[in-house]
Design a protein around this ligand. Structure first.
Ligand SMILES: NC(=O)c1ccc[n+]([C@@H]2O[C@H](COP(=O)([O-])OP(=O)(O)OC[C@H]3O[C@@H](n4cnc5c(N)ncnc54)[C@H](OP(=O)(O)O)[C@@H]3O)[C@@H](O)[C@H]2O)c1
Length: 306
């Protein structure tokens, strides 16, 4: 039985991946799932020891420092987890002659492009978080091992803290919501990522150097945060009676400009990423974002306290 070392299993993507890999690939792959206690990414020597002890055949690293605004004042910690640790995992994978699947972000772009981003477009992160994720990509490329760097965006799911949960909580409590409507991208469901990555595990041939590189991995289509919030409320209302969910108080979702909702970290206005490279190289496609939202809603447990 081959072994996958999976990091960040208490996070959205790590959690979804742990479940999906067990569901789909348990006959072939044993998943050694590590949380922060088992694998502390701020400790390079600890990382090296754990990887050598487990001796995996593949490393998948969804763990990251993801507090985008807090990162503005915690640059060292963000760099340690998102850049240094990614490089150490890559070095250890290279030592074992295995591949690394790593996650990156739309926040490596500055969002000024007129149109959809391809993987070859110039990067120019606007935030400490984006810069730390880009530094992680570069650290992996420097090691030169077989790798897939998967840039995803606007991740949410039924597990963990995210925009979906926040909107449901706010819509239960307030009649009026004001949501940013001038940033565009694709909300991407954790389960959609997990299904796609599980397919990649079976379709990727690390020995084929042409497959190594950066890929966009996002749900299809695009919307704004305001459009996403409106769709969450619409889908919630379509299900609330059937599921016995508490009724929402919200009456109006007003679009606002980014300038009206200042945050410590700047975000790209345009996060539209094409997934053509992923589709052409591996035949992996992700559903439209609103369909993926529907699938997440089907699993959602809602309480008044959510
Ligand atoms: N969330 C998004 O909207 C988004 C958008 C674009 C790209 N991405 C990228 O997608 C990937 C997955 O994101 P996600 O949404 O699943 O993140 P998440 O839910 O915030 O989970 C992050 C995971 O990293 C772990 N972690 C943090 N610091 C660690 C440390 N020092 N040692 C070991 N583990 C540590 C966390 O553990 P604890 O639970 O112990 O903190 C958690 O399991 C990341 O690479 C992220 O940068 C995310």
């Amino acid at each position: 039985m081959k072994k996958i070392l999976l990091t960040g299993v208490s996070g959205q993507v790590g959690h979804a991946l742990q479940q999906q890999l067990a569901l789909e690939l348990a006959d072939e792959w044993q998943v050694v799932a590590c949380d922060r206690q088992q694998l502390d990414l701020t400790q390079p020597e600890h990382i090296r020891r754990v990887v050598r002890d487990i001796a995996p055949d593949l490393i998948i690293n969804p763990a990251a420092y993801t507090a985008v605004d807090k990162a503005e004042s915690e640059r060292e910690l963000a760099d340690a987890i998102n850049a240094t640790a990614a490089g150490v995992l890559a070095e250890e994978a290279a030592r074992l002659k295995i591949g690394l699947i790593h996650f990156s972000t739309d926040y490596v772009y500055d969002g000024t492009k007129n149109g959809v981003y391809t993987e070859d477009d110039a990067v120019n992160p606007l935030s400490v978080y984006g810069a730390s994720k880009l530094a992680g990509e570069e650290a992996i490329r420097r090691v030169g091992l077989p790798h897939l760097i998967l840039r995803t965006s606007w991740v949410y799911g039924s597990y963990g803290k995210n925009f979906l949960k926040t909107i449901i909580r706010l819509a239960q409590a307030r009649e009026n919501l004001r949501i940013v409507a001038d940033q565009y991208g694709a909300p991407t469901a954790d389960i959609a990522i997990a299904r796609a990555v599980t397919e990649l595990v079976t379709r990727w041939h690390p020995e084929d150097a042409a497959q190594t590189g950066v890929y966009h991995l996002v749900n299809r289509g695009e919307t704004s945060w305001c459009g996403f919030a409106s769709e969450i409320v619409a889908q919630y209302r379509a299900l609330e009676t059937l599921r016995g969910w508490p009724a929402l108080a919200v009456k109006e979702i007003a679009p606002i400009a980014t300038a009206e909702y200042p945050t410590p970290a700047k975000r790209p206005a345009n996060s539209r990423l094409t997934t053509a490279k992923l589709e052409q190289t591996f035949g992996v496609t992700l559903p439209e974002w609103s369909i993926a939202l529907n699938q997440v809603m089907a699993e959602l447990v809602v309480s008044v306290a959510d």
